[in-house]
Design a protein around this ligand. Structure first.
Ligand code: PLP
Length: 378
């Protein structure tokens, strides 16, 4: 797929790339200059594994405001993208043969990160409102061996764009508490909300079972910075994660952390930038959803995400991995849904990214996709 997307006239709904025209390049250049003037060589020196104190405080303050619950700066570890957080948590928790509980479907990058530790998966059924608490309960009652943690993406999930409803969040935390199962809440998209009010993070619910929360600058500033954060209130787990990070890379880039902090410390300007990204993506979602409705077969079912970067469409009777071969010839690509199912057993879904293509290209790409479906169906 990567080879195909490198051709200039190919429209890609495949990757999870933010819109590069929204990267705040001028502001980042100014922030980089200000960092050199303010911090000088300290911004280029080795620094603490947990992250520079300014960044840890920034994360704690922003989350405290959003969660309505005090997040201590001490509980924050700055990581090299949330993908590193997935790997580090995997390293700390998982031994070969261990089980992890996942939503079905789930984020492919998480499956890849946990696969490296020879993990097996227990999957929980989902519907329009995210994972089903009843299904989670059933899975945990029967689990043998007992899983190490539940991994989930509650807001505008990758790949489906679905959001876990408010009441279910509380239920999920209660069930995990009852079973003593740690939760890994991966939350890269919460700030990219197009409509509706914020739902409480799982971390904002009091629980005796540990909750690990992950956030990232990738979708609200730029993924090339590789700045993300783990919030781990449980001291024992946090120390292990920090040790694992020390062994992996000593610390995340000092310069990148200072530049991000310098850029984001002016809360009003930063919030305005995030709102601009969300407003642009909301338009692209609408354009894609409308175009799909107009040209895809009547039986096709599409999610209508209230935020994030992805939309999920199911076309009954179509193996989307096969469809990709046809659509690539028509110069449009996407990610076949089967890749997101740990059991690799569901074949008629596809993930479409709407953040990275222009409105015009979204319309053209959807036309090409519908053409590919017609060719597939003969
Ligand atoms: C659910 C989820 N987790 C983690 C990541 C990785 O993001 P980062 O750039 O912070 O490593 C992504 C990226 O698409 C994602 O969708």
């Amino acid at each position: 797929m990567l080879k195909v997307t490198q051709q200039p006239d190919v429209i890609s709904f495949g990757g999870g790339l933010p819109a590069p025209e929204l990267f705040p390049t001028t502001a980042i250049a100014e922030a980089a200059r200000a960092v050199m003037e303010t911090y000088g060589p300290a911004a280029l020196q080795y620094s603490l594994t947990e992250g520079i104190p300014e960044m840890r405080r920034w994360v704690a303050e922003r989350l405290t405001r959003r969660l309505g619950r005090i997040v201590e700066a001490d509980s924050v570890t700055i990581v090299n993208g949330s993908q590193q957080g997935l790997d580090l948590v995997g390293k700390v928790f998982l031994d070969p043969g261990d089980h992890v509980v996942l939503e079905d479907p789930s984020y492919l990058g998480a499956i890849q990160a946990f696969d490296a530790y020879q993990t097996r998966y227990l999957t929980v059924d989902t519907d329009e409102d995210g994972l089903l608490p009843d299904s989670l309960e059933r899975v945990l009652e029967r689990a043998d061996p007992f899983p190490k943690f539940l991994y989930l993406v509650p807001n505008f999930q990758n790949p489906t764009g679905r959001t876990l409803s408010g009441p279910r969040r509380e239920q999920v935390v209660r069930i995990c508490e009852e079973f003593g199962l740690p939760i890994f809440e991966d939350d890269p998209y919460n700030e990219l909300r197009f409509e509706g009010g914020d739902l409480p993070s799982l971390l904002s619910h009091p629980s005796s079972a540990p909750i690990i929360y992950s956030g990232t600058a990738s979708k609200i500033m730029a993924p090339g910075m590789r700045i993300a954060w783990l919030v781990i209130p449980d001291e024992e787990i946090r120390e292990k994660v920090v040790l694992a990070k020390q062994g992996a890379d000593l610390h995340s880039g000092t310069f990148a952390q200072y530049v991000f902090y310098q850029y984001a410390r002016d809360g009003a300007a930063f919030d305005a930038h995030v709102r601009r990204i969300a407003a642009t993506y909301a338009i692209r979602r609408d354009v894609m959803a409308t175009a799909l409705e107009e040209v895809m077969p009547e039986q096709a079912r599409c999610t209508h995400p209230k935020g994030g970067m992805f939309l999920w469409i199911t076309v009954p009777g179509v193996d989307t991995a096969e469809l990709l071969h046809i659509s690539a010839r028509s110069k449009v690509v996407f990610v076949p849904g089967v890749n997101f199912y740990p059991g690799r057993n569901v074949h008629d879904g596809m993930r479409l990214n709407f953040s990275n293509a222009s409105e015009k290209n979204i319309r053209i790409g959807v036309e090409r996709l519908a053409h590919a479906v017609r060719v597939y169906k003969g």
